[in-house]
Each structure stands twice: as C-alpha cells, then as structure tokens.
Design a protein around this ligand. Structure first.
Ligand SMILES: [Zn+2]
Length: 759
C-alpha cells in the first residue's frame, strides 16, 4: 500500500498526535476554518459536478478521519490514565503513551465543552448530508464501485489501477485521495491489530513465564512419582525402604548359627545365596557401587586409596579431602531420590558427606565408628516415627524420609583385627544380628512389617591372613622406581618414569612364574574383562593382584623372612580386596517388604552388587539413572532356599600353594609362644603417601577401646545349644551389653576425641 502523503494530513500515523489528546487541538484548529461558508465557496467555484463530488468526498473522508482520530485520542486519554500496566512493560511497549507532549491536554481544556459539542453536532449533520448525496449519486452508477469498496473496507485489486473510473481527470485524483485515506485507515487498522496481537503475545508470554516459574517452584513436589500409600493404622506410608549395609559380612557367616534374625529374615524374604561385590572388593568402591549401580571404573572411586593424575592428588578415604565431590562420579541413590522429590536419611554411608552433585540428603549422619548399634536402631525408628506426607501441619524439614540407608562397620572391624574365624568376630556378628532383630521388632511394633521394605546387604567378605601367606614387595620390583602405590591390599603401581611400565611388568611376570600366589596385569592390556577395572585413568597402569588370603608387604611394614623366623603374627588378620568372585569375598543381599511380593524364602540367582541401585530405586518408585545393573523389580525367583541350595563354607584360610621359602612355616604353637612379640602393622601407615594422622584402611570402624578393654566371650553355635543353654546365653549377653554400655559411657569422652580424628 502507498504510504500516506506527508502533507495536509492531520498528522501522519507515526505522529504522537495520533495517540494523544494533541489530535483534538489539531482538529479544533482546523474546525475553526471548516465552516459551511467555505463549503459554499467551493461549490460556487466548482467547475463541474464531478469537482463538487470530489470535494464532497474529500471533506467527508477527511472529517470521518478527524473524528475517528479525535474519538481515538479521547479514548486513549481515558485509558492512558486508567490503564494499569507493569512498569517495565509500559516502558517497553507504550513509549507513545509516556513520551507524548503534555501541551495537548491543556489546550483541550481551553475549548468550552458546550461549544465543541455544538460544532461536532453540526459537522455530523453536514457529513450525513454529503454522504446521502454521494450515496445517491453512487447508486446512479457514478462511483458505485468505489462506495462498495469503501463500505467493504478494502480496495479491490483492479481498482487500484483506476480502471473502474469513468473520468481520467479530477475524479481519478479524488479516487487516489480516497484510496490514500482508505489505505491509511486500513493500515491503521492493521497497526491496531498488530498492536493488539503484540500485546496479546506479551500477555500470553508473560502468563507462560509465570506458569513456568510457578511450576519450577513446585518442582520438588510435582516431581514426586505417583505412589501408593499404605496405612499402618495411625499414619500413611508412601513407599519406604530401609537399606542396611553390614560392612565385611561374608555370605557364609550366615551358616554359623549365630545369626538367628538374619536367617529368619531370609525365610521371610527373597535373596540370592550370595551377592558378588565389585572389583576391587574394598569398602569405598563397593559402597559407592551399591548406591550408584556403577562399576568402580565408572563411578571413579577405584579404590580406598588411589592417585589422580589430572588432579595430581591422592584420594585417601579417611582423609577429609576425600569428602569433596570432585572424586565422586555417577549419581548416588540419595541424589536420585531427592531430585525426584523423595526425602532420604543417610546414616554414615561412605560418600554421603561428599556433597555429591551438591544435593544433600534430607537427614545426614556423619561417620562415627564408635556409634553403639542400639543408637542406629533408635535413629531408624526415630526417622520412621516422623510425620508423613498426609500430615498437612507438619513442617517439611520434619517429614519422614522414604529412603533410610544405614552403615554398620562393626563386623568388618573385627574381621580385620581378629580375623574372620576369630571368636571375637562371632560376638560382633551376633551383636549385629541382634541389632537387626531390634529393627524388625520396631517395625512390628509400628505395624510396618508389610509396609516398609528392608534390604540388608554387605559390601564384601573377608579372608584370613597369615605370616605364611606374605609376599615381600622388594622381592618383586625395585621400589625406588615407583612413584605411587594404589589400592592396597592389591598393588597398583605407577612408576616414576611411565616408560618403565612395560619393563616393570615383564620383570613381575617372570617372578609370578615362580610364585603362583600373585597375578600381574597391565590395565590396558590383560586386565580380566570381568573385573571391569580398566576404563579409568585413576586405575594405575600396572597391578599386582595377590591370591585371596595373601598379602604383599614392604620390608618397612613387615620383614617376611624375619617374621617367619620369629613366628610373628601378621596384622591385619583378615583382608579383602581380592578377586570379587572368590568365595571368601562374597557378600549378602536379603530383601523383604511390599516391593518384594515373592513367596517367603524365595531364592534368586546370585548377582553382582551393581544391581542394588536399580532394586532400591524400583522399591521406591524412582526412575534410576543409567547404570551397570540389569535387574529390575520384581525379582525372578528360581525356587526356595533349602538345605540343598545352602552355600558351602569356603576354605578359610584359602587353599593355595605356599611360597617357596627358606624358613619353615611357623606352627600354631610357635604363634602362641610369640604372642608377646605380636606387632600391629599397617602397610599404609608406613607408606610414603600416608598421612601419619590417618588410620590404615583395615582399621576403619574398629573401636580399639572395645577391643582392648572388653573381654569378648566365645559365642557358641546357638543351633547346637539346648534351650537352657540358650536362655543362659541370652541372659549373659544382656548382662554383658549392660556392662559394655556402662563402660562405653565411662570412656565416651576419649572415644569421641579419637573418632573425630579418624574421619
Ligand atoms: Zn568394607
């Protein structure tokens, strides 16, 4: 369309007057000249009737134009004052409103209202007369088409060329003028529509923004998956799972007759005969695998200790710097849950204090190796007694978590300190079983047995060590060439000169040829596929993996020849970290609850602990993150547990070829004779990388006060006892627990100081 002619128009469309009361002043100015006498002059001087028609049309259109503008400006004047608009929006999109000259309004006030209304009236009359005249003429064929077009509010294409005109003279000019005016009108209409459209768009956009913001603010609530609520009679429970890890609880400990509650739990629930840990079978990698479903090579916690080449820093699990999120890859259960609106309570789980992904559990209990087992039970019950989602008056921070994960270090501690076959560990295993009994009793008292899922796992087993199963590191490699040793009790070697990896490996292979008790692997060449232990730069390029029950020691830590001669006892007396599929490294998994609707005593095929993450996620209705696990709920039992399917006790000490040795192995009697000479050796303590304040890996969770001051009774197999003996035993244990509690309180001050330093 042709742009409006800049001259003789009551202000172009871009002029502020179109949006302001100023327009009225223009109008009133012109209207002073716009009199009937003027009309008459024109009529008198008209050359032809066409001229008169043209004049009429012009005046009519101009007047219509002006009145419309005036009307609009009045309307806008009113609206401008009443319109409530957010300030930024006003500034952005209503510039014409705010930047208009203010003079117009005062001018308008000067015109007496009576006078102007009178004028308007007269004008209207005049206009209707002219319109009548034009319409009359048009109906007689003279400007019919044009009128049609005017009434329709749009120009026909053909008419733009002027072909419909019967007059090439002034009529054509008139038409053009009309067209221009008409164009202006339609353009203004379009602009109005555009203005309306833009503002609607802004309104819609703004609404969407508000909606999104509102949605985001509700994110945590709206992300909660649809969950079935179960009632225990007093409260409603959304899916709730208690995950308990018994560190170092070897699968065949269940065969010893000292775990009545765990054995009953198996009969109530679903379980494999054992669960395989992941390689290397040590605490931190495996606890993190349990809650991520990832192999250690995938989540990056490739050992309790390891060197990171990029960070140029050592991860040392008891060092406070290990609790930095930079070490921890993957997404742990508590992050998955919290991100999906499920509250979690994490009690001392390895890694839970590392601020992983900057998402904290709703409840986080820091590690305390001296925490009495009864406190753990009380804590779990306290969490379960919190108000649920149905409680509308409860504060969010007080609300019950749906995932409770608790870590129990006790069995592992005794396994290292006394060995997995010690009488001491029997007491601790029984204590832990007793703790579980209290948990189940607490659930029963709350009518939650069929409402809350319970999953009991362990991270690895334990193998007995002995002075006859030691390998002197100096006999294998030139230790001066090594810069870092990772992963104890395995040895991950990083030579000072990376080019020496191959020659070091070749030398080790030669040694291994005469010593069947160790395996040597290059991370990138022949690391067994089933270990899933190669795809991470944190894994050292060269590894010595001793056979289960064997330990590699430096001379600083333990001189093997001297130890054998003197009949010294090697400590730790129990070790793990070996081939994760070795029977002595086997862990446990037992589950019960509404998420496990299987026949009681159901048995599933053994699986690896990479499956636990998926299983716990499913039990809570969470969407798990991609991981190395493949099992999903419900589990697929292959039958029931029976004596035929029971796990065979593995050989511990493991049967293996003794190292060719110049000195005879010390007998049991010589070990007893040398009791005074017993030394506690920690390989890490003595290593160059270790901090003197750090405790060795095998010491985590070990309470030395308990061990040195409390005489541990021997726990007989309860299955072999008569009822009378059992009753006496229960009474005796109760008395002993009381004594321990009293003694523990007496010493708690010292304990706290000590444990605070540990982690
Ligand atoms: Zn462990």
């Amino acid at each position: 369309m042709a742009p409006p002619a800049p001259t003789n128009k009551p202000g172009s469309l871009l002029s502020p007057s179109h949006y302001d009361d100023d327009a009225s002043s223009i109008h009133s100015e012109r209207s002073d000249q716009d009199t009937d006498s003027e009309d008459d002059e024109v009529l008198m001087g008209a050359r032809t009737s066409a001229d008169i028609r043209a004049h009429d049309r012009n005046v009519l259109l101009e007047e219509e134009e002006r009145d419309k503008l005036l009307e609009e400006s009045r309307r806008r004047g009113r609206r401008g004052s009443a319109l409530v608009m957010p300030a930024p929006l006003k500034k952005l999109f209503s510039k014409s409103f705010t930047e208009l000259p203010m003079a117009g309004s005062s001018e308008q006030e000067e015109i007496p209202a009576e006078k102007s209304s009178d004028k308007r009236k007269r004008r209207r009359e005049r206009r209707s007369k002219r319109k009548e005249r034009l319409m009359d003429e048009a109906s007689h064929g003279e400007d019919g088409e044009l009128m049609y077009e005017m009434e329709e509010g749009g120009m026909k294409e053909g008419s733009a060329t002027g072909s419909s005109s019967d007059n090439e003279g002034s009529d054509e000019i008139d038409r053009r003028g009309l067209r221009i005016l008409h164009d202006e009108k339609s353009q203004r209409r379009r602009r109005w529509r555009t203005w309306l459209f833009i503002h609607s768009l802004i309104a819609v956009g703004f609404s969407i923004l508000v909606l999104v913001a509102w949605k985001l603010s509700l994110h945590r609530k709206s992300a909660v998956p649809i969950q079935t609520m179960l009632s225990n009679g007093t409260a409603l429970f959304a899916p709730t799972t208690i995950l308990i890890s018994l560190d170092g609880f070897r699968a065949d400990f269940l065969n010893r007759g000292i775990t009545p509650r765990l054995n009953a739990f198996i009969k109530e629930g679903v379980s494999p005969v054992y669960m395989n840990p992941s390689f290397p079978s040590v605490t931190f990698p495996n606890h993190y695998t349990l809650v991520t479903g990832l192999y250690p090579e995938s989540h990056g916690i490739v050992g309790n200790t390891f060197w990171d080449m990029e960070l140029k820093e050592e991860f040392y699990y008891t060092n406070p710097s290990a609790m930095q999120s930079k070490w921890w890859g993957g997404e742990p259960l508590w992050v998955t849950a919290e991100n999906q609106g499920i509250r979690t309570a994490i009690h001392m789980w390895p890694g839970s204090e590392a601020h992983i992904m900057a998402i904290e559990p709703a409840f986080l209990d820091a590690y305390n190796g001296a925490e009495p087992l009864s406190n753990k039970v009380n804590r779990i019950m306290q969490l379960l007694d919190m108000p649920g989602r149905e409680n509308e008056v409860a504060e969010v921070q007080d609300m019950r978590p749906q995932l409770i994960a608790a870590y129990v270090p006790n069995v592992d501690g005794d396994g290292h300190l006394y060995g997995p076959n010690s009488t001491e560990i029997r007491v601790t295993i029984n204590d832990v079983d007793n703790m579980l009994d209290h948990v189940f009793q607490g659930l029963e008292q709350r009518n939650l047995t069929n409402i809350v899922n319970v999953v009991v796992v362990s991270d690895h087993g334990m193998a007995t060590t002995d002075v006859t199963r030691l390998i002197q590191l100096e006999d294998l490699v030139d230790t001066n060439l090594i810069e870092h040793t990772d992963g104890w009790p395995l040895y991950g070697l990083r030579p000072k000169d990376p080019a020496q990896v191959q020659s070091m490996y070749d030398g080790l292979v030669e040694k291994a040829a005469t010593n069947p008790n160790l395996d040597v692997y290059l991370r990138d060449v022949n690391m067994p596929e089933r270990y899933h232990f190669s795809k991470n730069e944190r894994i050292a390029p060269l590894w010595i993996v001793p056979k289960t029950g064997w330990a590699i020691v430096t001379k600083d830590e333990f001189d093997v020849v001297e130890g054998k001669e003197k009949g010294l006892v090697y400590h730790p007396r129990g070790l793990h970290g070996y081939d994760h599929e070795h029977p002595l490294m086997r862990a446990i998994f037992v589950a019960r609850g509404p998420a496990f609707p299987h026949a009681p005593n159901s048995r599933v095929e053994p699986f690896q602990n990479t499956e636990v993450y998926n299983i716990v996620c499913d039990s809570l209705g969470l969407v798990p993150k991609p991981n190395n696990g493949t099992l999903r709920l419900p589990l697929k039992p292959i039958g029931l547990h029976s004596p035929d399917t029971a796990l065979e006790d593995p050989n511990d000490p493991p049967t293996s070829t003794p190292t060719p040795s110049p000195t005879p192995s010390p007998s049991a009697t010589s070990e007893e004779e040398a009791a005074d000479a017993v030394i506690s050796i920690s390989p890490i303590e003595a290593s160059s990388a270790a901090d003197s304040n750090e405790i060795p890996p095998h010491m985590v969770g070990v309470d030395p006060i308990d061990d040195t001051n409390v005489d541990r009774p021997v726990v007989p197999d309860e299955s072999e006892m008569t009822q009378e003996e059992k009753d006496f035993w229960e009474w005796f244990k109760a008395k002993l627990d009381g004594l321990k509690g009293w003694f523990g309180e007496l010493l708690s001050g010292d304990k706290d100081a000590e444990t605070g330093e540990r982690r």
